[in-house]
Structure formats: C-alpha cells, structure tokens
Write a new protein. Structure first.
Length: 605
C-alpha cells in the first residue's frame, strides 16, 4: 500500500469514528431535550428530572468504579509481564518477534474495561435500594422477636447492604480468579516441588485480592442473621434459628483469619498458612450454611405465630376484622339487590356494538347515579389497528393530526331493573374530546383542537429535530408549525411508570370526577425483605406489598397527579418524601377519586 493509500484509509477511519461519536452524542442530546420538554408539561416535572439525573449518576458511578477496578487489576498484571514473543514462519524460516509493549498495555486496558462492564451488568436498579436506605427513617413501630431490630430496617436498610456486600464479593472473587490464571500463564505463579512459588509482584496482588474476598465474607456473615429473619434463606425454622443463626460467628472468625493470613502472605512467603485458612473457611461455610440447617427441621409456622401474624398484617395491609353491618344498606338483602347484574367484560361487549369502526373500548368502570342506580362509564380509544388496515393506507396527517387521534366523551350505560343497558348522557364539563387514555398508543400533533395547556410546544428547530429523532418521525420536523403541540406518552400506565417508578401500578380504569374523565390506578409498593413473612410470589422476591398510592391522568389535558392512600405504610411514605411534591398527601385527594375505589385486587392474593 502506498503512502497516499495509507493516509486515505486513516482519514476514512477517523471520519467514521467522528461520525459515530456525533451520532451517539447527538442521540443523547436529543433524548435529553425531549425528556426536558415533556417534563415541562407534567405536574412535578422538576422532580422527575432530578430523580432521573440521580438514577443515571448512580448507575454511571457504579460503571466507572467497575471499569477502574477491572482495568486497574489488569494493569497490575501487565506490569509483571516482561516481554512476550510470538513465533512467525516466513518460508522455511521460523523467527521470533517480540510483541510491542504498547499493544500489551492496550489489550490489558480493553480486557479490564470489558471485565468492569460485566461487573456492572444488572446494577441499573440499585437506585431503589440506595434511595430508600438514605431516605428519612422507615419505622413500623415493631421489632422482630429474634434480633430485636425495627421492621423498617429489613425493608429499607438491609436490601442496600446486601447489594453492596454481594458486589464486593463478586468483584474481588472474579478478579482473584482472573488474575490468578493470568499469573499462571506468564509464569509468575507456578507449582514447583510440591509447593506454590510466586513472584513478589504476584504475591502482593493476589494477597490483597484474597483479603478483599475474605472481608466480603465477613460482611456477609454479619448480615446473615438479618437475612435469616427476613426469610432470604427459606422459611424460618428451628434449625435456622438455633444453628445457622448462631453459626455466623464461626464463619466471620474463619474469614477474618483468612484475611489476615492472605494479607500477611505478601511479606511472609508461606503459602500453606493462607491455604489452610481458606480451607477452614470452606469447611465453616459448608457446615454452618449447608449441613446444620438440614438437621432437626420443624414446621416454620410453629415459631412466633403471634408475631408472624402481626408482621403479615403490616406487610400486606391485611387486617381481618369482620363487620356484621353495612353502613349504606339496612340489610344484607338490600345490599345484594343493589349489586349490578352486568360485569365490565359484558358491558364492553355491548359497548363495542354501539361504537363505530374507528373507536374501541379502552376501559369500563362502575359508578352510580344520584338515585343509586348502577351506571357504567365506557371510555373510548382510537382504533389505530382498524385505521392502518384500510385501503388506501392512511396519511401521516390522518394518524397524527387533528381530531382523528382523539375520541368523544365517554358513553354512559344505565342498568335498569329488567337487566337491560340503556344509553344515558354523561355530564362532561371540560371538553368533548379525550386525548389521553388506555389504548392511545400513538402520539398526536394538535393545533386548536386540544386544550392550550396540554402538549409540548413545537417551538425551535432543535426541539423539533430532537423530538423527530427520538420518536423516529421526520414529519414532526418537516410537517409541523410552531403553533402546534405534540401530545406524547398519552397512555396513563406509561405516565405512572415514568413519574413514580418505585411503584407497580394496576391497569388504569376510567372514573368521572367533577364532569371530567380521569384514568385512575392503584400503585403497589413492594420489598424483598421483611421479618417473619413468607414470600407471596413464585419467585420469592416479595415479602412486603402495600397499595400505597393512587395515580390519576386527566383524559383531556393529560394532567397527571399522585396521592397517598389513607393509611399508607411507612415505606410508601418514605418514597413520597423522596418524590415530594410529586406525591401529594392523602388529605388532598379528591373525594370522588377515593369514593369509588375498590379494595386493591392484588392484596387479596
């Protein structure tokens, strides 16, 4: 290759790298611009942006620490490498060529960075444990009968401590194994005459890593009693309490001795002593965590039944107090007679016959008229599937502009004494067009048809470019004017999940409040650890689950608000303080929103 060809290839490589960097940076800037533009249109937008920034900072901090840890360990191994020679054959001649040190250093850094990225995999949700552990005190007002720790410690502080302990153990153990194999490969660690022979460089490196592994095991042993009470090692039984709960000290002592001898190995070249100490650690782990708990098993329900019942009531909000009377009905017969004959599924089937082909049923909710007659509210959504299957294919204006992506006011169906459903007008005061609701999967570009206060203003060339880039729709930049607005994230479930990511929301349901259609959903707050409580899910990851908040999105403007439910638990209250003022107090919740709220379905499970 000529010198001109080399320069041309290098210029093309540099150009491609610059284009890739510009695309990555441009995409990041576009996402940030779109998120900030959307946050400016929702209540509590500054809180959303602040929490989002803290989440990403924590994640990138973990990634940076992991990459520095991986690259640093590989760089230490690289310093022990003298020269590496690779054989080459030219014709009948075989020559040995030294590998450049710069190439070895580059390989070490790249492998270390990849190792660090592997360590940080799956740490994107750490912000939940970190935020809750550093939140104002989570207090339930009751201590467990074994360790005498407050129940809030298990729900808030323990998960974050477990995450950090496991990360330290995995990071030090994998680094020790990887670096040990590398030292074996370069000859700094070898087996000679029945004993391990190592160079001072390798011995110092592996000694520090071994001490780190032992320190992580000591930390884990200190947390193990709390993990037992929290149910992370199976149902609480006599064997766990009498044997494993008392055996953590032996594991901690053995791991502490291994840490001391591993660190001493740096100067005291007697590998048998640290090897013996690690053998003792292995035996202690096997006996305390494996053999002893399998002895003398008994039914876990026999342990602390009263305390278990009290903690289960706190964990799931279950307070089994029977009522013999119903305040709104004089007799049980009157209560049964007042119950509707129709179900939401049957009402939806009838409503589909009354809707046109361009609309579908998005949700059905039972309410009552002023006289107590059952009234079914049927919310509509645009039938985008039906539209896209028509011939000829719809234009961009048909799908994303004008009243096509909005629907009329909800239907009202009254259930008569004979069991028939009779249409009735529903009083709607704010608007006849609904722009937000379940089933509104497409974004919409609106002009004067939507309320002026809703949507993202399409002002500024860069904002329109960013929104078009994020939504993968060039027409937002080419076919819109600055007088129009973008209605984005129109599904209430998506809004709830983004604005209150600490909770898991049920399927939103329509509800009428003061002549306006709102979409309401209950948010469940859960925790993996709670004392004396068995898990309620097949994966064994939920030991606390409370219906703590309720979210609501207005169908016309997309206004989204959250309120604490009356009697919210301490964990939910702590999250409300973190997300303040996005999460409002229970006293400020509209009575119409809570009046028709049924008992949370998942709490029955």
């Amino acid at each position: 290759m000529t010198l001109r060809g080399q320069r041309r290839g290098r210029a093309l490589l540099i150009t491609a790298a610059c284009v890739a960097v510009l695309l990555v940076v441009g995409r990041w800037l576009a996402v940030e611009t779109a998120e900030r533009a959307w946050a400016a249109t929702v209540r509590g937008g500054p809180v959303y942006l602040e929490i989002r920034t803290l989440q990403r900072l924590l994640h990138w901090l973990v990634i940076a620490v992991s990459m520095v840890w991986g690259a640093g360990n590989l760089y230490i191994v690289y310093r022990a490498i003298g020269s590496v020679q690779m054989p080459r054959r030219i014709g009948n001649l075989e020559i040995v060529e030294a590998v450049p040190q710069r190439l070895l250093l580059t390989l070490a850094i790249v492998i270390g960075v990849l190792f660090g990225l592997g360590l940080s995999w799956g740490t994107g949700d750490w912000w939940r444990e970190a935020f809750l552990a550093n939140a104002p005190a989570v207090v339930f007002g009751r201590v467990d009968p074994i360790l005498h720790k407050e129940a809030g410690f298990y729900a808030a502080q323990l998960p974050w401590a477990i995450e950090r302990e496991q990360f330290l153990l995995i990071a030090t153990l994998t680094a020790a194994v990887l670096c040990g194999f590398l030292y074996l490969g370069i000859g700094s660690l070898r087996w000679q005459r029945g004993r391990v022979v190592s160079s001072p460089h390798a011995r110092a490196h592996l000694g520090v890593l071994g001490a780190g592994v032992a320190a992580a095991l000591v930390w884990g042993a200190l947390l193990d009693p709390a993990e037992i009470v929290a149910g992370l090692h199976g149902a609480l039984s006599t064997s766990l309490v009498s044997l494993r709960l008392r055996g953590w000290g032996f594991v901690a002592a053995a791991a502490g001795l291994a840490a001391i001898l591993s660190f001493a190995w740096i100067w005291w070249d007697r590998p048998r002593w640290p090897a013996t100490a690690w053998g003792v650690v292995g035996v202690a782990l096997l006996v305390v965590y494996g053999i002893l708990p399998s002895v003398a098993r008994r039914n876990a329900a026999e342990l602390y039944p009263q305390d278990r019942r009290a903690f289960e009531e706190m964990a799931f909000g279950a307070n089994p107090h029977l009522r013999a009377d119903l305040a709104a009905y004089p007799t049980m017969a009157a209560f049964v007679a007042a119950q509707p004959l129709w179900s939401p599924r049957w009402v939806a089937a009838v409503a589909r016959e009354r809707l046109g082909s361009e609309e579908t049923v998005a949700g059905v909710q039972l309410t009552r008229t002023a006289t107590g007659t059952p009234l079914w509210i049927v919310a509509r959504a645009p039938n985008d599937t039906a539209l896209s299957s028509r011939q000829p294919p719809p234009t961009w204006d048909q799908v994303h502009r004008g009243p096509r992506t909005a629907t009329a006011a909800p239907l009202g169906l009254v259930e008569t004494d004979s069991g028939a459903l009779v249409p009735t007008p529903v009083e709607v005061r704010d608007s006849s067009l609904e722009w937000f609701g379940e089933g509104f999967g497409q974004y919409a570009v609106t002009g004067g048809a939507a309320p002026a206060a809703s949507g993202i203003p399409l002002t500024g060339a860069w904002r329109r470019i960013a929104l078009a880039w994020v939504l993968q729709s060039p027409e937002i930049f080419r076919g819109t004017s600055q007088a129009e607005r973008l209605q984005w994230r129109r599904t209430p479930s998506e809004r709830f999940a983004r604005l209150a990511p600490f909770a898991r929301f049920a399927t939103p349901e329509p509800v009428m409040m003061d002549g306006a259609l709102w979409w309401r959903a209950v948010g469940y707050v859960s925790a993996e650890t709670f004392p004396l409580v068995a898990p309620v899910d097949p994966d064994g990851a939920v030991r606390l689950q409370r219906a703590g908040i309720v979210g609501a999105t207005r169908g016309t403007t997309g206004e989204t608000r959250f309120w604490l439910l009356p009697g919210a638990d301490s964990v939910t209250v702590a999250w409300a303080r973190i997300f303040k003022p996005l999460i409002e107090s229970a006293d400020s919740a509209p009575a119409a929103l809570l009046h028709s709220l049924q008992y949370p379905r998942e709490s029955f499970a």
